[in-house]
Design a protein. Sequence first.
Length: 279
Amino acid sequence: MRRLSRNSKGYSVTPLNIEAGGTLSFKARIEETAKNKASRIVLALDFPFQNPENRENLLAKAQSVLEAVHPYICAVKINHHLVLPLGTFNGVQKLISRIHEKELPAIMDCKANDIGASNQVIAEYYYAAGFDALIANPFVGWEEGLKPIFDVARKQQRGVILLAYMSHKGATEGYGQTVCDAETGKKTPQYVVFARKALQWDADGVVVGATVPEKIREIHEILGEKVPIYSPGIGAQGGAAETALKAGARYLIVGREITLAQNPAQAAKALAASLPHVR
Ligand code: XMP
């Protein structure tokens, strides 16, 4: 099922589950993994700041949590928490190899948010490191914004997941604002506009905070089963896993509830067991 190859620089160049000539999208691959693992939990492999001189300890900690938790999750999301101290082509790439060895996809939560030319390079580096998908911010728009990321992703059979409504309180100020169409004058919530763009751009997923289940429900009504909803904000940020799933989330992004637990394996196992069976 998995073919992980490396180029002359040691980069893992083939994403998870891509057979030579295979055509499975990231969306289809993570769904298959969720069924195989009987879990919809995406582990956010985040740890608090540590003195950068201790980065070997940080890498060892990340590896040990992954080792303990992998039977109960369907993907791993990496953030700047690890990319900054460990480096993309040093520690993080080692982690991606381990993640792939566990038959799990790796998602980069870079919230790409720049002009197209820069976004393209950002995506090329993260995909070259072996990431199977990355998270991007639709506020920058399509032309000379996110289009170059989608172009690279489609060429390399990787995924792009869009922010639709973030999990923190201040999200109301951006994702929650009402916008007025310049041509028709019609007023629409920003997150509804982003959900429609996710469909139009054929995104592999959208992120909607578990802290706003009513927004999950509304966005799910727009997306149906075409674009899955990833929901962060469980536990530490106040969101409830079951409420998010009932509202229409397909995957739960969970970090500190697991990574900072005294026993991460037990925390992940208990959370997975408390959720409805994966259909
Ligand atoms: P916790 O510890 O709160 O970690 O479970 C959540 C992880 O997800 C990230 N996060 C988000 N990522 N959109 C995102 O793309 C969001 O709305 C959002 N809210 C939280 C957070 O940075 C951490 O890695």
